[in-house]
Design a protein around this ligand. Sequence first.
Ligand SMILES: Cc1ncc(COP(=O)(O)O)c(C=O)c1O
Length: 392
Amino acid sequence: MYHFDEIADRVSEKSRKWDRKIIENNFGLVSEDFIPMWIADMDFKMPPELEQAFHAAISRGVLGYTYCYEEFYEAVIKWQSDMHHVTVEKEWVTLSYGTVSTIHYVIQAFCKSGDCVLMNTPVYDPFDSAAEKQEVRRIYNSLKLVEGRYYIDFETLRSQLEKYKPKVYLFCSPHNPSGRIWSLEEMTEVARLCKEHNTILIADEVHGEHIHYGEFHSALKLNEEYENLILVTSPNKGFNLGGLKTSYSIIPNEHIRNRFRKKLEQNSITSPNVFGIIGIITAYKKCRPWLAEVNRYIRGNYEFFQSYIEKNIPKLQVMKMESSYLAWVDIKKTGLTSGEITNLLALKAGVLVENGDHFVKDGEGYIRVNLGTQKYRVLEALKRMEEILNRN
Ligand SMILES: Cc1ncc(COP(=O)(O)O)c(C=O)c1O
């Protein structure tokens, strides 16, 4: 029913992922037939229901100021209930700009200069820069690798919480990079420790809509017992709506919520982008079948990618992509650094991947490959990777 093999015109769209100048700035001079597998942005056309909803807004002919209307809350509450089996109350929900911007506001609201923010590394780099830009100290809890899967080092985590007393723990769930889905036991321990040390737990759940293997648990499942939670999420990854720059938070605790909202008001974030709110409502209310299909397609890409590499490029090892569309690949057997292999693939094969070293700390020895694209591109990239890596 959906045509994920169909090529979307990403160049006219002025996509950052596909823009030649931006690519040259990041990778150098690459061949004309480059395959971009870096930024977390998918190459599929949006669900037809979203296209219709945006057309309908345009055809009304006016784009004046809007407000957070009832349908938005209803859509979020129903989505969270149906997809993640949690009960959300309307007053817990606050619409905001992008998820990353929201993380910035949270840090502004709860930290002052010199305070600490904790995160598990390797991690999505904007977590780190959000803290850095607010001039707070970053404490890194390195994930432990056990038989090819990441685990939280709770012993170190406990001592870091005691020693640094971080105001905020930026918890990526599921984790980026790797796609690791945290178990309810792991999340309970994280929340318990945060409560014990009076640390606010920010759960970034933007990758929670692309679940492939295992069960995803919303942090709201912990809410009754551990109430220091700020959940941030959006349909921006699930439905590829990052360009709408809209997300929302769910904060059950009134005191925390008020403090956060005050910061939004201080930044004049008080009314939504017209298309952003339509995007959330429509994605959540009408596009569930599209999400199921896109997930099936992505899973197919991953399985193909993983088995091709296992058979033909044994120097690489793909971590099981439990969620997301971003494969995390161990490159250590190539004898190259992440930077060297990223350059080699870009400049000699036109395959643009994310350098593992960009993920704050502990990402050296890896690359991240975006599989949210047409299958024929995944195959072409694999052939080029095989050719160049098996030669060296
Ligand atoms: C963990 C995580 N949070 C947030 C984002 C971006 O969210 P937004 O586009 O809503 O700022 C990404 C994008 O890759 C991500 O991986």
